[in-house]
Ligand binder design. Structure first.
Ligand SMILES: NC(=O)c1ccc[n+]([C@@H]2O[C@H](COP(=O)([O-])OP(=O)(O)OC[C@H]3O[C@@H](n4cnc5c(N)ncnc54)[C@H](O)[C@@H]3O)[C@@H](O)[C@H]2O)c1
Length: 268
């Protein structure tokens, strides 16, 4: 479905980024992983190779710095002729009460989760504008809709990303650049895996997620695939929840098990 296409994935060395990269690579996309360190990039490239997928490239980037993003895209220009797909997946989250969150931490989360996608989308769109078309997919979160406790900056950044998605969708439509978002719920990634081994945690999930389980990076990757493929050529400006129905629930705090959204390892 994506043969001949190039896909850039920020945060591509993380649990979700690698999952998305695998799904897009399986469909023939050439992958460029963008992440903080050479090690993180290499880790993702090795993971793709280990699955028998075509070799990919890695480029170091700090998405929170407009200068770093500009430099990284110049490096990308040396590697590929065009950019067809950008997935803004790099992200961090704090676990802190309103009273404890420092200004510096607030700024850091907003810079990575919200300014980063803006800087990267702008650089990608400059190139997509030349080739008259492309797809940008921003990885938001159910937190954008539910407003998880103890994550003031994270919630704000992920909700802000929706506003940015809608704006970019309208501004970039004249060049046939589509911009959408995916809002994952709680996912099984290497980081959260130990939690899923705890039966009490699984019970908690049962109470808040109608489908009664966590998602996987592949679940999100398939949503990204849809949005970045020709199947979605008339789709722009949407946020697609991939959350087992979590965001459709009103009473998401009921139940006797621990609640997934207060877990310190959860990055929802
Ligand atoms: N895992 C989940 O359950 C879940 C749920 C909802 C949304 N999300 C979102 O998915 C995205 C990825 O999450 P994950 O679970 O893979 O986390 P992760 O920590 O495994 O991966 C995040 C990646 O982003 C990179 N990164 C961090 N700061 C960066 C920066 N300044 N510049 C470039 N790269 C940077 C990290 O190096 C890492 O590789 C995040 O945006 C997160 O908010 C995750």
């Amino acid at each position: 479905m994506l043969f001949g296409k190039t896909a850039l994935i920020t945060g591509g060395g993380g649990g979700l980024g690698i999952g998305i990269a695998k799904v897009l690579a399986e469909q023939g996309a050439r992958i460029v992983v963008l992440d903080m360190t050479a090690e993180a990039c290499q880790h993702a490239c090795d993971a793709l190779l280990a699955e028998g997928l075509d070799p990919s490239d890695g480029v170091q980037i700090d998405v929170s710095s407009a200068d770093s993003v500009a430099r990284a895209f110049v490096e990308v220009d040396r590697l590929v002729d065009r950019i067809d797909i950008l997935v803004n997946c790099a992200g961090v989250r704090e676990v802190s009460s309103v009273f404890e969150l420092s200004a510096a931490e607030w700024d850091r989360v907003i810079a990575i989760n919200l300014s980063g996608p803006f800087y990267c989308a702008r650089e990608a769109a400059l190139r997509m504008r030349e080739s008259r078309g492309g797809s940008i997919v921003n990885i938001s979160s159910v937190a954008a809709m539910l407003g998880m406790p103890h994550r003031p900056a994270y919630n704000a950044s992920k909700a802000g990303l929706m506003g940015l998605t809608r704006n970019l969708a309208k501004d970039l439509a004249p060049w046939k650049i589509r911009v959408n978002a995916v809002a994952p719920g709680l996912l099984r990634t290497p980081l959260t895996e130990p939690y899923f081994d705890d039966p009490a945690f699984e019970r908690g999930l049962d109470h808040v997620v109608p489908l009664g389980k966590g998602g996987t990076p592949r679940d999100v990757g398939q949503a990204v695939l849809y949005l970045s493929s020709p199947m979605a050529e008339f789709v722009t400006g949407i946020m697609l929840p991939v959350d087992g129905g979590w965001s459709s629930e009103k009473g998401y705090t009921v139940g006797d098990g621990p609640s997934p959204y207060t877990s310190s390892t959860s990055s929802t």
